[in-house]
Ligand binder design. Structure first.
Ligand SMILES: [Zn+2]
Length: 98
């Protein structure tokens, strides 16, 4: 799972407003850590991206608008360097093979 800055910042903001008068406690830190690891429902993680990237590449190679058909995969590829590299390697390999 990737570092989720947006979730981190949201949980941080929540934590600050809840605990403004107190020091950070371990429970709050645990809660914040869970927030980091929980992706928003409109985002997919690397596992889901990996499962769908074959289909995505097929659409690209078929001259279809893959980004419009699979916007969550496109979104993840924009944000995730690792998956982007994997996608580009897969695309290059399949282009070379056809
Ligand atoms: Zn990824």
């Amino acid at each position: 799972m990737k570092w989720n800055w947006r979730a981190f910042k949201e949980s941080l903001r929540r934590g600050i407003s809840m605990r403004r008068r107190n020091r950070l406690d371990p429970d709050l830190l645990k809660q914040m850590a869970r927030g980091i690891m929980t992706a928003r429902p409109d985002e997919i993680g690397c596992d889901e991206c990996f499962e769908q990237v074959d289909d995505f590449v097929d659409r690209v190679l078929g001259g279809k608008n893959a980004a419009a058909a699979m916007p969550l995969v496109q979104d993840h590829l924009n944000r995730c360097h690792d998956c982007r590299e994997e996608y580009e390697a897969l695309l290059a390999a399949l282009r070379a093979a056809t």
